[in-house]
Design a protein around this ligand. Structure first.
Ligand code: ATP
Length: 264
């Protein structure tokens, strides 16, 4: 499904400010893989997401979706195949537009099959159905401006918009980190449901170690631009947070230094 081959990305190469963001990173995701990603500060997690979504071009290496090289495709073109939810609830939606207008944008981006663009009543019915899945009453507020929603509501809408057209890849970039615990729990539950129901191939960066173990079927660890460990489902199922941190230390030779780490 998604294939990264020997991706490297340096910032400010050849200067005293040189930073290795990715170094020879390779990763293959099978359809419906749900992979959680943890790592130290500056390990390259966001850069990995940026290289996949087309925000950044790698210096070297290949990005493939379903066997096709996509590194020449611009970010807006890739957004047909790739859905992304950011940490900032303000990032994925347009605040001055209504919920319905925001959903229309997401709908247009992917052009959901089988529904004519002009069929307004059918479109509205679909939006209402999708919103009611979130279970937070947004289906009754379709003409409300998105800027008026709470952070949690907005992030739920961002998640819905990112997955609306069943993207081939879903990127979740610390998407619960800026929310209070109750809202983070809601978004986590919705994520699990949507990913499972739609069988989405998903990559989720998190600072929450318990979440990294509990969610998904694979866990990868990053350090200094490299993927240092790839833990399959069987091993992940019985892992504890202290074993996970011990494993990180054993392989990287140092403790996980993450100023936003949540142990669980
Ligand atoms: N635009 C940029 N210009 C210069 N250096 C950058 C840029 N973006 C990232 N870096 C550097 O690349 C390295 C990887 O950064 P990245 O943001 O991918 O790490 P991360 O794992 O997401 O970190 P964190 O968990 O702290 O957010 C870091 O050393 C960072 O300082």
């Amino acid at each position: 499904m998604l294939e990264l081959n020997n991706i490297s990305k340096l910032f400010n190469p050849g200067t005293p400010d040189e930073k290795i963001a990715l170094m020879n990173a390779s990763l293959k995701l099978k359809p419906a893989d749900f992979v959680t990603v943890i790592g130290s500060n500056g390990a390259g997690k966001s850069t990995l997401m940026n290289v996949i979504s087309g925000v950044m071009k790698p210096d070297i290496g290949e990005v493939k979706i379903e066997g096709k090289l996509i590194q020449q495709a611009q970010e807006h073109v890739r957004s047909r195949w790739i859905g992304r939810v950011f940490q900032d609830p303000m990032a994925g939606t347009a605040p001055r537009m209504t919920i319905e207008e925001n959903l229309t944008m997401a709908f247009k981006r992917g052009k959901k099959r089988g529904l004519a663009w002009g069929a307004t009543a059918a479109k509205r019915k679909l939006f209402r159905e999708q919103l009611s899945r979130l279970g937070i009453g947004l289906e009754n507020r379709m003409s409300a401006k998105v800027g008026l929603l709470s952070g949690g509501e907005r992030q739920a809408l961002s998640l819905l918009m990112a997955t609306f057209t069943q993207p081939q890849i879903l990127l979740l970039d610390e998407h619960t980190a800026a929310l209070d615990p109750a809202r983070a729990e809601l978004i986590t539950r919705l994520t699990e449901e949507i990913v499972r129901e739609m069988k989405l191939t998903t990559l989720m960066v998190t600072h929450n170690m318990e979440q990294a173990i509990r969610l998904g079927n694979r866990l990868i660890m990053m350090d200094k631009g490299r993927i240092i460990l790839d833990i399959p489902e069987e091993r992940k199922a019985n892992l504890t947070v202290s074993q996970l941190l011990g494993e990180f230390e054993r392989i990287s030779g140092h403790q996980l230094s993450d100023d936003r780490v949540v142990l669980g």
